[in-house]
Design a protein around this ligand. Sequence first.
Ligand code: COA
Length: 416
Amino acid sequence: MTKPLEGIKIIDFTHVQAGPACTQLLAWFGADVIKVERPGAGDVTRSQLRHVKDADALYFTMLNSNKRSLTLDTKTPQGKEVLTKLIKESDVMVENFGPGALDRMGFTWAHIQELNPGMILASVKGFSDGHHYEDLKVYENVAQCAGGAASTTGFWDGPPTVSAAALGDSNTGMHLAIGILTALHQKNKTGKGQKVAVSMQDSVLNLCRVKLRDQQRLDALGYLEEYPQYPHGEFSDVVPRGGNAGGGGQPGWVLKCKGWETDPNAYIYFTIQGHAWAPICKALGKPEWIDDPAYNTAIARQDKIFDIFAFIENWLSDKTKFEAVDILRKFDIPCSPVLSMKEIANDPSLRASGTVVEVDHPQIGKYLTVGSPIKFSDMTVEVTASPLLGQHTNEVLADLGYSQEEISALHDAKAV
Ligand code: COA
């Protein structure tokens, strides 16, 4: 069956995580993604955090599946010539170099447009063009700090905290993929390409918009009723770190279950959804709370919310997190066990849905990776092994019309 993005050719000038996550997604959906890497070295993640000596690291394999690899030194005249041909024949070029690197390579946006007016140039940078930090190089945690996530994550008595989720990297890649698909849609109508730029700071902030909401509510009211600081603690003039608070309209918290003393993940997340109060009381064996005016509204509960959570923890003390969720789900209570990565790796539902997939790699053997989180009724996303460095160099050059002699000459000149 034809994949939706079949026929779209993408020059993948990305490295580390933000860019590769974007192009991997497009490759899963059928685009021909040609990863361009420096000869002899390649993407730095090929060698970072290896668990098999001299083999591609999981950091690389898990972000570069379904792609082809072309080695090309774009700083040599021959390499520039190859890249020029590639630009003329491609639909999209994705890059996440440090600021100005593409221009210094000689491939300004103006030049790329001259070569191919239909080209979509998609870029990730730490900060957006014109921002007072636009010259900064940025990695994941830097972006989490710049985008407002770190100042609002963690506990109030601890420092700003970064999330394990790649809010700066993969999240930015997902934003970029949306931008690319939008530009491709527009190109179908106009025939013209355009530049699509996404900054890591902006992408983090886009996921932190509820905290900007809270800042404005705090400015207006001086307190935030859904934060643990209310009503017994104090607020300053900035959105505080709320620990594990629900953050939306429903109070919630991470609660201990049986075995928490030895198992670091023997917890559930419990949400007190307003209209689920009666079922919650029934589930907890506290029917007298259902109509008690001291408990039966969210406002009435607010000043004793941690006493309620303490009561629920007591109820949980003889139940594992899985047993607890099995009881609570019958009462329609939004909750989940806190799953460890080991549990996720072995979760049969995630395997069955293709969200966790096993891939065979020529150097490291079988490994697990995260498959497409987007499911389609007319397409099954197959995840294939990431390419070895330069695995498709000759093939891509031949596709571009280079003869065997010319390809050998490019190798001799160390341009590929
Ligand atoms: N052939 C020749 N040169 C190449 C090349 C190739 N195939 N691929 C890359 N290079 C060169 C670049 O032209 C650049 O050269 P220059 O600085 O002399 O002009 C050089 O490699 C370094 O590129 P750069 O991207 O700046 O790498 P870095 O290791 O110093 O910085 C980052 C890494 C991630 C901090 C930086 O790329 C960055 O800030 N990117 C934007 C934000 C981002 O995506 N962050 C990472 C999220 S995972």
